[in-house]
Structures are given as C-alpha cells and as structure tokens.
Design a protein around this ligand. Structure first.
Ligand code: GCW
Length: 709
C-alpha cells in the first residue's frame, strides 16, 4: 500500500474521509457573505405574520433562513419578535406610525419597541416591499457582524437610483474579461429551464442593494433583441422581480439592419425610429418592468449614429423616445475613442460629449468610466464628472479585474472606487466631489446611476476567487451610499464571509486595504498606465508597440525614451489637464502640487528628476515596483497565520492564489525594470535585485489561451 493509501485507510476507519467519499462539499465560497453560521450571543426570535406578496415572502424566507443559521436555538413564547411590512400592507405596521416618508421607494427603518407584554419587538418597515427586503438584509448583517440588535433605530435609503451590474456575457456562454468561469445565463436552456442559481444570484444582489442587471455584453449581438431571446430575458426577469432587480439589455445600434430588415440604422430615419419603438413595445409586453438599454456606440468598432453622420445625441435620444412611454432609460456610454483621431486618447470622451451637455433627453444617462482611459490600476477621475451639469451622468466601475491581475491577484477595489468618488471636481467650488455628481446632489439630478462590470460566473465561488467576492460586495454597498467607508465595508465583508474573530478581521482588513496600492506599485507606479500584455491584458507588456492602432500599445502611454518617461498632458503636451476645472488643472500641472501617484499620467520627466523623497525618478520607480512585490509577500505571510480562523478549503485556495500573485508581481517588476532600464541606462538602486531573466525572455512569453478574451 502506498503511504497515501494507508492514510486514506486510516481516515476512513475514523470516519473522517466520509465527506470526500460522499462528495459532500466543504466551504467553497458558494454561500458568499450570506453564510449564516451561528453567531455568538445571539438570541432566538419569532417572526410575526406578514402579508404574502412575492417580495415579502422572500424577505420572510431570508429572515427565517438567516435566523435559523445564526441563532440555532428554538424561539419560545418569551422570545423577542420581529415584525415586517409596509403601512399599506400591514395594519400592525401602519398602527406604529413610523416616520417613513423620507425613505423613498427603497429605504427602510428598523426600530425596536416594547411589545406591551414586557418584551421587545423589532419592526422592519418600509414604504414598499422591496424596502422591507433590504431592511431584512441589514438586520441580518448586524447579527452576522456581531453587532447588537436589541435596541435598534436605523433608517437607510439608497442615494443612487439605479445600482446596476453590467454583464459582459455573450450568447455563447463566454464572458468578455470574465475570470470566473462561464456566463451564469444558460441562454440555450432558457426560458424553459431556470437554473436555481439565478435565485441565489438575485438574493446576493438584493442583499447589497443592487436593483438592476444588464444581461448581455456591450459588444452586443442583435440576436439578444429577437423574440426568442426576449422570452429568455423575460424568464430571468421573472426570477429576479421579487428581489427588486430589473433586467436591462445592451442594444446593438445596427439591429434595425441585422434583425429588422432595414437598409440603415440612421437614427433620424423614420423606419429606424419605428423599428425601435416597436421593439421597445415588444420587450415591455414581455417584461413590463424592463429597465432599458445600455449602448456602446462608435467605440472600438461598434456601430453607432456617427456611421450615418449623426451624433451621440441623435442616437441616444431616438432610443430614449422608444422606451420613454414605458418608463425606461437609455444608458449611453462615453467610452469612445478612435485611433484615426490624432488627439490624446484620454481627451476624446470629453471632447465628444461635453459639447452635448443639456441636449440629451431626461431618460438618457451618459455612462462614464471612472477614468479617461480604461479601468487602469489607477486613473485620475474622468474629466466629464462635473463638466456636464445639465446631463445625467452615471458611473461605470469595473469589478472584474481585467487590468488588476484577473482572478488570482488579491486586490480589494474598495480604495480604488473610494478614491474616485472622493475626488474633488471643483465644478462648483471646493467639495464638488464625484460622489455628489453621481448621486445627483451637485446638479440636482434625479436620474442617477452607478454601474459595475460584473465579476460573476459559474465558478462555485461566483467571482473566481474568495476575495473577489469582496469587490462585488463593496460595489453594491457603495452604489447604495457612495460616501460609505470602504474600510468598514471590508470589515463587514470579512466578518460575514470568514470570521468575526478580531484576530482574523484586523489583519485581513489591513491586508485588503493596502492590496490595491500594492498592485499599482508592482504594475504601474507613479502614474504609469496601460502597460499590460497586448489584447489579453495578462501580465506586463511595456514593450507592446506597432499593430493596428497606436492607442492599443503600451509605448503610446509611457513614452519612455533616453530623455525620460511619462505622458505630457500639461499645456506643453496634449493639454488634457485643461479639461478639468481650473483649480484641478493647476494642481495636476504643477510639479510642486501634483500628487506623485499621478505624476507620469500628466508629466514627461527625466530619469534623474527628483521625487519628493529625494530619490531620482528611476530609483523611485524601481523601489515602488519592489514595494509592491514585498506587499504581496507580506499578504502571503499574514494569510498563512490566519489558518486557525478559516476553513481549510478556502484557506488553501486563497493561499495558492497568493503564491501565483507573488510570482506574477515579481514578473511585473522584473519585466518592467528590464525594459525601462534600456532607456534610463542607470544602475539599480543599492540593494535591488536585477531581473531574474533577460528582457528578450519576458518579451518572448506568449499567452494565446489567456482567459477573458
Ligand atoms: O476595457 C476594454 C476592454 C474591452 C471592453 C471595452 C469596453 C467590452 O478591453 O473588452 O469591451 O473596454 O469597455 O467597451
């Protein structure tokens, strides 16, 4: 018998291998942050009867499920109780006369009151059923995170109206830039077979306040708008409806030609307008609460109004008119740039959209990526924020980590989102933050949106890694409240997902909070950007040049030469700074005031330029790269020490991924240094190890099967 066989035999004898033998699953991350394991010191509670609407049914079921897991003791006649409902659906709730007016259609109030019989009753009340469901999830979260629930008076309402996931899911089941398996949507078997997982998807989203989902890729196929696919989308909408989640679709602008039999998709052509109107009517017939369309037009080869000499306004307003009678919206993306346009790519979105301020319909939302290039590890906020006060502007963040190490790098994106949302546009003087643009306060706008490109797929753990679940989680919580603290959200997530033990929570949260800066350090420090491998975007590729378009190369962005490195976007260069409010432009332009984290985004500087630390730019760059690698080293050690608090299966997976990240961080550092040193011609700072391989070695690596393409 081989040693393994002996061990297995022993385990079997002890009955310990039975789980493996029976195929039962240990913790694999499927339960996300809704694990509902027994919580310390919690008290059994009863739930008072409530109305029987679809949403209240799921609210009640969730509460029962949560309490059953968190407080396994059986409630008795003396147990405190919980009352759920709306004033209009429940006389008991109405009789309490709770202040709900200001909470809108999705907010809720949770209040503990004496029940008149010497015990306590906690009321979870809202103006609508969905508000009650959100309140239930909040209540459960308090227990899950070890906070007391004996005396509550909480009111919460979302600050952003549309809190959406954007799935870049294709009809063949692949996911563009997806690193978590295949698409969740089994288009082939829909509408007849509805995978039970759709319900868990809806539960998870509702638990963090997400209220809409765009089902298909913005690089859209017109087929999504044909009758069979509308029926499939309708089946998903039926599953999601009790959870307050509306379905939206990406619309291909040329659909009138592809599925409408027309010769043109010109937005001013009456037949084209009639096509879209009829299409909208058809969709609303099947999905009465359909949210609307998301459109990528005249961007990266997608069709759009400019193909007919028309504008973004012509295109967006035409679609807006088609959905307006049904209450729908059009989310029109500002991610447009063209390689035929010689101007700095970072300027093009602003240049194309800013002149149209005030011309879009009220039910159009211009959806703007957080930065002006493309979801890089760090970008200054997009200059359109604050620049279009008479237009609904929505935020688009990427949750999937296309540029941040795919699924295997532990990078908590909370700080990236928070940095953007807290950035001050100065559009109306100091304090005009991006968050205030997004939640509509700055310009008094009511049609507000925050969208996140989903990182969800068929992997058992949903997001490709355990820690990537935190990025889905923090996105939802921030969409609810764009000014929330992402550190506190990380702590909530860590407690709910792993353990409330402070010996776990403190180091895990600290590790998460620094992880994004570490990725910036080992990938693109000091304002560098777009330095990844061509097309698949995996690993370093600072040497990427040539090919079909300059703006898809790395050399376009770093502009490394013997004279120095960086993209001059000041007045002496592309003058992209002029797109910001004067106070911001001045800060970015001046080497004395710019935050060095954005240095090479805006400036081209000699290798011997002195950083604030006194180091030369070259030495500083190298030191940043190494610091990033060292941080990952530290995460590995921290994680190893957290084994006592985490189940072995998830602990092992995170550990294995950290080892991958450690190697890839080193690869990023080494390849970048090897390449840039050919220009700087300078030695490495004292104590810095030379790259493990030659530049030719790094340049020769190829990854034809990298995921997500
Ligand atoms: O980041 C780039 C991606 C493309 C994506 C595009 C976009 C959906 O590399 O895969 O296409 O952005 O946002 O439209």
């Amino acid at each position: 018998m081989r040693p393994f066989g002996i061990l297995r035999g022993l385990l079997l004898a002890l009955g310990l291998a039975s789980a493996a033998v029976s195929g039962a699953r240990a913790e694999d991350g499927y339960d996300l942050w809704l694990r509902y394991r027994p919580a310390q010191g919690s008290v059994a509670r009863t739930i008072a009867p409530s109305a029987d609407t679809p949403t209240l049914k799921v609210a009640r079921a969730e509460l029962e499920r949560g309490l059953a897991g968190l407080t396994p003791a059986t409630p008795t006649a003396d147990s405190p109780s919980i009352l759920l409902g709306t004033p209009s659906g429940s006389p008991a709730v109405a009789a309490l006369n709770l202040p709900l007016k200001d909470l809108g259609p999705e907010g809720y109030r949770i209040r503990t009151l004496p029940d008149g019989k010497g015990n306590k009753i906690t009321v979870i009340a809202a103006n609508t059923d969905i508000g009650v469901l959100y309140g239930v999830f909040h209540y459960l979260r308090l227990i899950q995170t070890g906070q007391g629930v004996d005396m509550l008076d909480i009111a919460s309402a979302p600050k952003v109206k549309r809190r959406l996931l954007n799935h870049w899911d294709n009809l063949d089941g692949t996911v563009e830039r997806g690193y978590a398996g295949s698409s969740l949507w089994d288009w082939w078997k829909l509408p007849d077979y509805k995978d039970p997982r759709y319900v868990d998807y809806a539960r998870a989203n509702a638990s963090i306040g997400i209220n809409g989902t765009v089902l298909n890729n913005v690089n859209a196929k017109a087929d999504s708008l044909t009758a069979p696919y509308i029926a499939k989308a309708a089946a998903l909408a039926d599953v999601f409806r009790p959870y307050g989640i509306k379905v939206y679709l990406s619309a291909r602008f040329s659909a009138p030609i592809e599925i409408g039999g027309l010769k043109t998709a010109d937005p001013l052509d009456p037949a084209v307008r009639a096509f879209w109107k009829a299409k909208a009517d058809e969709i609303y017939q099947a999905i009465p609460d359909f949210g609307g369309f998301l459109v990528k037009a005249n961007s990266e080869g997608q069709p759009g109004p400019q193909d007919y000499g028309r504008t973004h306004v012509d295109g967006a307003n035409m679609l807006a008119d088609a959905v307006a009678p049904h209450g729908g919206v059009v989310m029109w993306r500002a991610f447009v740039y063209s390689h035929e346009q010689p101007d700095d790519r970072a300027k093009q979105g602003y240049n194309e959209f800013k002149p149209f301020d005030g011309q879009f319909r009220d039910n159009v939302i211009v959806q703007v990526k957080n930065g002006a290039i493309d979801f890089q590890p760090r970008e200054p906020f997009h200059p359109l924020f604050g620049a279009m006060p008479r237009t609904n502007l929505g935020m688009e963040f990427q949750i999937t980590k296309e540029y941040l190490g795919f699924a295997t790098h532990l990078v908590y994106l909370g700080p990236l989102y928070e940095e953007t949302l807290k950035a001050d546009t100065w559009a109306k003087g100091q304090g005009s933050t991006v968050a205030k643009v997004i939640d509509g306060r700055l310009d008094g706008r009511r049609e507000t949106l925050m969208a996140g490109v989903a990182n969800i797929g068929t992997d058992r753990n949903w997001s490709g890694s355990q820690f990537d679940q935190a990025n889905w989680y923090v996105f939802g919580r921030l969409a609810w409240d764009p000014e929330a603290s992402t550190r506190e959200i990380a702590a909530d997530w860590a407690k709910m997902t792993f353990s409330t033990d402070p010996r776990f929570v403190a180091p895990a949260v600290a590790m998460m909070m620094g992880s994004r800066e570490a990725a910036v350090d080992y990938m693109t420090p000091l304002g560098l950007h777009h330095q990844m491998g061509r097309s698949h975007h995996y690993g370093p590729g600072p040497w990427v040049s040539g090919g079909p378009r300059a703006d898809w190369t790395s050399v376009y962005y770093a502009k490394a030469g013997k004279d120095g490195i960086g993209f001059d976007r000041t007045a002496t260069g592309s003058n992209a700074v002029a797109q910001y409010a004067p106070a911001v432009a001045a800060r970015f332009s001046d080497l004395k005031t710019i935050d060095e984290r954005d240095l090479l985004w805006f400036h081209h500087l000699p290798w011997t330029y002195r950083l604030k630390s006194g180091q030369t730019l070259w030495d500083g760059l190298v030191i940043h790269y190494s610091r990033g690698v060292a941080y990952v080293d530290g995460m590995e050690r921290t994680w190893a020490g957290l084994a006592p608090y985490v189940d072995p299966e998830r602990h092992a997976q995170v550990g294995a991924f950290l080892a991958i990240q450690r190697n890839e961080a080193q690869w990023w550092r080494d390849a970048s240094i090897a390449y840039f040193q050919t220009f700087s011609g300078l030695p490495l700072p004292a104590g810095e190890k030379p790259p493990a391989h030659s530049l030719e070695y790094y340049e020769g690596l190829s990854f034809p099967w990298a995921p997500g393409i």
